[in-house]
Design a protein around this ligand. Sequence first.
Ligand SMILES: C[S@@+](CC[C@H](N)C(=O)[O-])C[C@H]1O[C@@H](n2cnc3c(N)ncnc32)[C@H](O)[C@@H]1O
Length: 233
Amino acid sequence: MSIQLHQGDALTILPTLPADAFDLVLTDPPYSSGGLHIGTRRQAPTTKYAFHGGDRAHDFAGENMDQRSWRTWCASWLAECYRVLKPGHVIAVFIDWRQLPTLTDAMQIAGFTWQGVAVWDKTTGGCRPRKNGMKQQAEFIVWGSKGGLRQDADVYLPGVFQARRSKDDWHATSKPLPMLESMLAMAGPGGSVLDPFAGGAAVLKAASALGLQAVGCEKVPSIYQRAAHDLAA
Ligand SMILES: C[S@@+](CC[C@H](N)C(=O)[O-])C[C@H]1O[C@@H](n2cnc3c(N)ncnc32)[C@H](O)[C@@H]1O
């Protein structure tokens, strides 16, 4: 399997993968969020999300859904993730505060046993100030398992991951590699990980650094090409 990045829609690619094949699903889907109203939600991702990366050329897909559509869409790809994950293994999905409750619904609709919510603390410098209020300093990682959690491994992870985004990352919503590397312990040594929404391929890069196997999908050709180039390098 090694490291494979596919270009295309996850809903088309996931059904081609074998059942009960992956040790871990770790992914960061489009949140279709970034605003309380449909007008702000429909803005380009690099406009609505705080972004201080290298360029804004890579507006990504899947950001135009209202909440009901987003939940149905999530339940569809999560059901495919359920099929391809090994029994007892973990799925972990990044999300923001607005879509957190909806994602926990979708994960259970797809069949997963919801196990909890971990926190990505972006640190005080990693987010916009909020006048007269509190910073949105955290994103969340909703996690669950296919059936009961397996008992044949000894991995103990924290519930809060403190990590700042790298200013060098070119994808608008990249996730820090050290945090992903910590989470990938749940795949086990030499294990296989699936990321249906690869973006800049941070999960695949982290998996490669750890000697894991990984499969990713990215729908936007320009993002796929840049991520594939990074992986080849
Ligand atoms: C939130 S970003 C992932 C960022 C990634 N974690 C990183 O660190 O670079 C989600 C990515 O999924 C892609 N995407 C959206 N809908 C998709 C679909 N149906 N199939 C595959 N990729 C999709 C978007 O273009 C975007 O690049």
